[in-house]
Design a protein. Sequence first.
Length: 600
Amino acid sequence: MWQWLRGSLPARAGLAVILIATLALGSAVSAGLIAWLSEDDAAAINTAGSLRMATYRLSWKLEAGAPAESIRQLGDNLQQRLQSTDLTRVLDKDPDSPLNQAYRHLHQRWFTELQPALASGEASLFQNNADDFVEQLDQFVLLLQKQSESKQSWQQTIQGLALFITVIVLLIGMYELQGSVLSPLQELVGATERFRAGDLAARVGFRSDDELGQVALSFNAMAEAIEESHRTLETRVAQKTAHLEQANAALELLYQSSSSVATDAADANTLDRLLHSFQQRLPGLSLSLCLHGNPGEPAEQLIALHGSDLREICSPKDCATCEMHTGRNLLACPVVNQGCELGELRAGFADGRPPQAWESELIQALANLIGTALSLERRREQEHRLLLFEERAIIARELHDSLAQALSYMKLQVSRLQTLVSRGESVASLEQVTEELRDGLNSAYRQLRELLTTFRLQIQDGGLEQALQETTREFAQRGQFDIQLQLRPLAFTLSANEQIHLLQIAREALSNCARHAAPSQVRVELRQQGEALELLIEDDGCGLSGDYDQRQHHGLTIMQERARSLHGELLLENRIPHGTRVHLTFQPGFLGRRPEVLAS
């Protein structure tokens, strides 16, 4: 048992904790038990005191000549208290104890002297015996107090003994803590600090059978193993350093090549510089890149790049006699673009040695990089071509929807004018047609200016917010009215097409305010409501009239078309009490088009 305790720190600590807990629990239980037993003593003392007061009261009643019934009730009450359990349950089991004898004397004196005197109504006899009875009650109370004090002394003795043993246990524990825990830990920490500082010969001299002794032995064994492995690792590090330097140079080259491929056009000059850089980083390496275009439609000539100023245009038949094909230990890596092979990268070393594994991976990565560069170049060309077609389609649509219709209307008016002239109509009829031609020309000219403004409109670096601010300042100066602009931050970014449409709708609405509404105050607000984006333009002008000319409001049709392009809804209505409200609601493309929005 002792050996087990000496060999385990937790066992010794647990034993100390159990001892302290047992002493604390015993002290608490004893205190509670003695307090519980002392409750009967307090009740007995209170009852005995009440007997003394009851005796004095009976004496006063008898002397005052109180009714016999009242005296009889007081006597019965005193007798009940004398025989109550509050007094009888504190008596000792020993009938000869002083407390029991005192209680018997009280009981005997009541029934032999006081009660008969009370029953006969002799006040003088009762009062003569009452003083002795009260004196005996005082002696009985004194005995009860001594009995209670003896219990309290037992409690103090138990608590003092428990405290003394606890202090002894704590002192022994502190001694064991200092000798078996703190000192070994300090030595272990010191050895660890020396070992971390580079002193691989640092060891722990503490020896013990407990857990800290095992930790010290493990530390010494670990230090010896690390010291031994350190000697072997130093030689391996020197060997790996050279390989890491080469790999680092290769990774740096791939990074620089990727950056140049992502920014520059993948033409023959760029690929030449790329091959030349690789050949400089790997001495003795010879690279040749053969590009043959689309394998589905083989070209009659090939382009062969050798990473320098040497560039060849050769035939596919010359591949059999190419020096790069006849070399020993040749490595050929295909150049692939989206599953389509565009050429082949051939690599070989001047001394004829086969490439190492990391060199083969590097050359294959170069081939993949060239394929990615060619793929990006073709994708840029396709995107540029699609953007050009889309721009032309937009211009054609805008011309068809605006200027072409106005010109068609004027063509019809010219034919009408010729017919009226040939018929010899009156000058008033001719002037009416010419007036309509003039209005059509003005409308066509205005539409042309709007189209030119639309095609020249750009979103600068400040984004849509800056463009709206500049637009509101422009129309506030032009229309001589105040514009309140409220732009709330959005949780997403609008595409360039969405920004242009929003800006054009706002410009058209503000232009209508300046030309037709004559307002004093205009409010422009752009806000996000859930997944939808809202553009609200309100003015306090004259509002919409039911007989306005559609030809004079061609911009409203263009606003509706722009709203449909955004897959949104544009509402134009009168504002209460007066004015006009333009309300655009749409879901940005960043959040995706919901099915119900697409269907509408």
